[in-house]
Design a protein around this ligand. Structure first.
Ligand code: SAH
Length: 227
């Protein structure tokens, strides 16, 4: 099954419009035609089953036959130090969305070796991962210049920090009946100051095992503990 994306403003009553790359992908690559069944999410909880009414090159008109709403899940916000390696960063974002992260906040860590990120490109990757994993919510990608700024708005949530120097792995599962920030450092790890800041904000510091994982592996291992 292919799932397409149309933001809420493209949904009007019983019809919706697929535009831009989404429309071109549907009509040119996948060759959707008038009468075909099509599945679309608006990224804010709704999945629509529809019928293609007009299959233009640059937009598709779809009549809506069924709508299914998924209630918003508990927040699972990934806070990740910007990685130097772009492919690894993109991999981390793709996997985070697939596993169920609801928002991704990147920050320039004291040990990040890169400070420029192309948020638009990463947002596109998040959108593809949402469709691939048949999710109905589009996680927003944000960038901040420090960990302090990154967690500033979320200090009332539960912070769970993965830290390679923490001993004794626990196999605890965190239930998403409350909102969480899941924190992973960049290639060089968190700085002392960043560790202190998280401790000041009552973060739980957890081990993901005795071995030093790459940051993107730590993202997958950490997020897998929430359900
Ligand atoms: N500071 C280290 C490695 C950092 S690994 C160094 O430079 O040698 C990057 C990030 O992955 C860490 O900041 C941490 O969040 C996470 N991580 C890696 N291995 C981990 C482990 N065994 N347990 C918990 N977190 C881990």
């Amino acid at each position: 099954m292919n799932l397409f994306y149309a933001p809420p403003e493209q949904v009007q009553g019983r019809t919706l419009t697929l535009a831009g790359d989404e429309a071109r992908h549907a009509s040119k690559v996948l060759r959707y035609q008038v009468g075909d069944a099509i599945f679309i999410t608006d990224g804010v909880g709704n999945q629509y089953e529809g019928r293609v009414e007009v299959a233009g090159k640059n937009d598709l008109q779809v009549s809506i036959l069924h709508k299914h709403f998924t209630p918003k899940p508990g927040e699972l916000i990934l806070v990740l130090g910007v990685l130097k390696n772009r492919q690894r960063l993109e991999f981390a974002i793709e996997k985070a969305v697939e596993i169920g992260s609801t928002k991704i906040i990147l920050f320039k860590s004291d040990h990040s070796e890169r400070s420029k990120v192309n948020v638009d490109r990463l947002q596109t990757i998040a959108g593809s991962a949402m469709k691939q994993s048949l999710r109905s919510y589009l996680p927003a990608i944000q960038y901040h210049h420090s960990l302090e700024d990154a967690i500033g708005d979320y200090k009332n949530m539960s912070l769970i920090t993965a830290h390679e120097k923490q001993k004794n792995e626990t196999l605890e599962i965190f239930k998403l009946d409350t909102d969480y920030l899941a924190l992973v450092g960049p290639e060089g790890g968190f700085s002392e100051d960043e560790m202190q800041l998280m401790k000041d904000n009552k973060a739980r510091i957890i081990s993901l095992g005795d071995h030093r994982l790459r940051a993107e592996t730590a993202v997958v291992a950490l997020l897998s503990r929430f359900y």
